[in-house]
Design a protein around this ligand. Structure first.
Ligand code: G6P
Ligand code: MG
Length: 222
């Protein structure tokens, strides 16, 4: 029986994924590294330091910086990202999300955040919805990033549920892979080709209707 919904944040509840990608793209340019659209898509859902390592590798510069210099580069990217976060308001919640959360509450479902972002509480506060959630996985507690299932397993444990009692939402291929590795039902939001591993796919959040998703979830358990 369905008892909870688990949400990625960036690119699912709000469009902050584009702020991350712009900040990374600008940092890469400063370092003389050109990122392709595929590179940017692969960065979705990846933790801060893993993202930096991926970018340096793309540019063949993974051995050019000391750990201290890498930490400074990641801090610089985060500063730029936070400038964008400062501009966020409740109007930045993506279409379809307020109704989805309201319907879930009406049905008595628990709601949890499974974001790799250390900025998740700040962003949820700016959006005015932090109080809607029963838990937020602390990314500092994770040993491995998405596509490892750890974050989705922790999210499920946070609300005391089993893998077949939750539906998880993602915009990143690495995130969908993490959900599936955790044995949960995955809703992918975005490009069908990138998210083909998901159990249910919509092109954007305005197409998220809880009743339809629950029907697909139930059919998958038959
Ligand atoms: C999310 C985003 C990624 C970001 C990661 C870490 O997973 O999708 O783009 O790199 O969080 O975010 P942070 O805010 O901690 O740098
Ligand atoms: Mg995301």
């Amino acid at each position: 029986m369905l008892k909870g919904l688990i949400f990625d944040l960036d690119g699912v509840l709000t469009d902050s994924a584009r702020f991350h990608l712009t900040a990374w793209n600008n940092l890469a340019k400063d370092l003389g590294i050109t990122l392709s659209q595929a590179d940017l898509d692969n960065l979705r859902g990846i933790s801060r330091m893993d993202s930096l390592e991926m970018i340096l590798k793309i540019g063949g510069k993974e051995n050019d910086y000391s750990p201290e210099e890498k930490a400074a580069l990641a801090a610089k990217k985060n500063e730029k990202f936070l400038e964008s976060v400062e501009t966020m308001t409740p109007a930045d919640i993506l279409p379809g999300i307020p109704q989805l959360l309201a319907d879930a509450k009406q049905d008595g479902l628990k709601l949890v955040i499974a974001s790799a972002s250390k900025n998740a509480p700040k962003i949820l506060t700016k959006l005015g919805i932090i109080g809607e959630f029963d838990g937020i996985v602390d990314p500092a507690s994770l040993h491995k990033g998405k596509p490892d299932p750890e974050i989705y397993e922790k999210a499920q444990a946070l609300i005391g549920l089993e893998q077949d009692e939750v539906i998880s939402f993602e915009d990143a291929a690495a995130g969908v892979a993490a959900i599936k590795a955790a044995g949960q039902f995955a809703v992918g939001i975005g490009d069908r080709k990138l998210l083909h591993e998901a159990d249910y796919i919509v092109s954007d959040t305005s197409q998220l209707h809880l009743a339809d998703i629950v029907t697909a979830f139930k059919e998958s358990k038959e």
